[in-house]
Design a binder for this molecule. Sequence first.
Ligand code: DQA
Length: 146
Amino acid sequence: KQVLVLNGPNLGRLGKRQPEIYGHTTFDELAAMCVEWGRGLGFTVDVRQTNHEGDMVDWLNAAADNGTPVVLNAAAWTHYSYAIYDACAQLSAPLIEVHISDPTRRPEVFRHTSVITEHAAAVVAGKGIDGYREALEILAREPGNN
Ligand code: DQA
């Protein structure tokens, strides 16, 4: 069973980007871990990152067409993108929202809203990179997956 792990803007610089908030694991390391964690759960995991909102909408539209479950860290788009909101609304398979930090506990008030949560079967936030593993485990427990 295929699973998409989709990551939004600035997450390609993981490891270098504000490590005091996001840690030292690089994006490539994260991708490799997700593939391994997925394999252990019987998933073929495809990990992607983009800084371009249209790419993300295209990927989500394809996931809707194909009935593919999605683990989504929409990064800053989480807080304001109605294009991403609309794309998430069309998904048929479960969507799990992930954040490395816990945006609801950060000082910037704009981080306290999520346009994703309404469409998500679960939210995993503030668990660091391990949150992606938790998200994959939640997907594995969803009826209809595996
Ligand atoms: C993030 C939290 C967002 O507020 C922020 O814009 C990000 C990353 C996280 O993983 O903690 O880019 O989604």
